[in-house]
Design a protein around this ligand. Structure first.
Ligand code: XMP
Length: 326
């Protein structure tokens, strides 16, 4: 990460005209910095790396090589969206690695949250490194560093950045959005024509569903989690809450309870809903989800998702609860 300061005279990018001016300026700057050399980017599909990818594609086209590592812990449809948007629509040079088995095999039996994070972060670097070493003639590494990352690099974020890349990579950095705040990155993403749900995506932890499939991850519980989470997002969308609530997701603990389904005893996991509002993620309040929506989500999850027999709503603000359960 380059340690730079945002000039006090720099106007906040709040509309498409300002975004377009920023894009033109960055395209010229990227071309000047990179020349005819190649740039590598770890593309997670999150807002920041997606906007950086779109900017670089506009500036240098196929000289950018995007690597998307699917660690098997993505939300439903997210890796597919990366392939569709970048591989197909934008015709980018995209290397897609499905490393699901590698990650899940390593995580097998590991219930300790910190160890799980370390395994996921460490393996991510390994997979990315392996792919990078297969590519020839790469001179630059692009990163979706944004201004709060620079401001907070010694704070909470450093501990969170388990998906970060090794410090010793021998590349010069390209960080075109490093002076922008998140809301500005989104305006730029809109101006670049990225899909709305990508630009306004909720924050998603680097270790992904790995910290929401609580305790030792199993493939069947992870599958149930992904399906239940997709239903929650769909119903929030239908109810008009998608853009209003800051972050919402499902976690599933490693425990079963007795239930009944089709007149038969049905032991299953509980799906725990979390829906919070915050401005900086340091503290958070609970969204008051209307009961009719909670009932609908409960009915859908318990009837559509194999393995789940109860739905719970976590009413704990931060503090005392962190936003994620692990
Ligand atoms: P907590 O659980 O600490 O989360 O209240 C605060 C915010 O950070 C997100 N989070 C992460 N983000 N890598 C990330 O990039 C991580 O390892 C990570 N862990 C938590 C969390 O989703 C919430 O938005």
């Amino acid at each position: 990460m380059q340690n730079v300061r945002r000039p006090e005279t720099m106007a906040r990018i709040t509309n498409i005209e300002l975004a377009n001016a920023f894009i033109d300026e960055q395209v010229a700057e990227i071309r000047k910095q990179v020349g005819d050399k190649k740039v590598l980017l770890a593309l997670s599909g999150g807002v920041d790396s997606s906007v950086v990818a779109a900017l670089l594609i506009k500036a240098i086209g196929k000289q950018l090589v995007c690597v998307h590592v699917n660690h098997g812990l993505m939300r439903k449809g997210e890796s597919e969206q990366v392939i569709n948007v970048f591989g197909k629509e934008l015709d980018a040079n995209l290397v897609y690695i499905d490393a699901t088995d590698r990650f899940l095999d390593l995580l097998k039996g590991e219930a300790d949250p910190e160890k799980k994070r370390k395994i996921i972060g460490g393996e991510f670097i390994k997979v990315f490194d392996e792919e990078a070493s297969k590519l020839e003639g790469i001179s630059f590494l692009a990163q979706g560093t944004i201004y709060p990352d620079i401001l907070e690099s010694k704070g909470v974020k450093a501990h969170h950045n388990v998906g970060g890349l090794p410090e010793d990579m021998q590349f010069e950095l390209v960080e075109p959005v490093r002076l922008l705040y998140k809301d500005e990155v989104r305006v730029v993403g809109d101006a670049l024509g990225l899909p709305h749900n990508m630009v306004y995506r909720q924050p998603f932890p680097g270790p992904g569903l790995g910290v929401r499939c609580l305790g030792a991850i199993t493939r069947d519980r992870l599958h149930a989690l992904r399906e239940a989470d997709a239903i929650l997002r769909e119903e929030f969308d239908n109810y008009g809450l998608a853009g209003k609530v800051w972050q919402y997701f499902i976690s599933i603990p490693d425990m079963k309870s007795v239930g009944v389904r089709n007149d038969m005893r049905y032991e299953g996991w509980p799906a725990i809903i979390r829906a919070v509002n915050t401005s900086d993620a340091m503290t958070a309040t609970i969204e008051e989800i209307p009961y009719e929506l909670l009932h609908k989500i409960t009915a859908r999850i318990t009837s559509e998702v194999e393995g789940i027999n109860r739905v719970l709503y976590d009413l704990t603000p931060k503090p005392t609860g962190t936003i994620e359960w692990e």
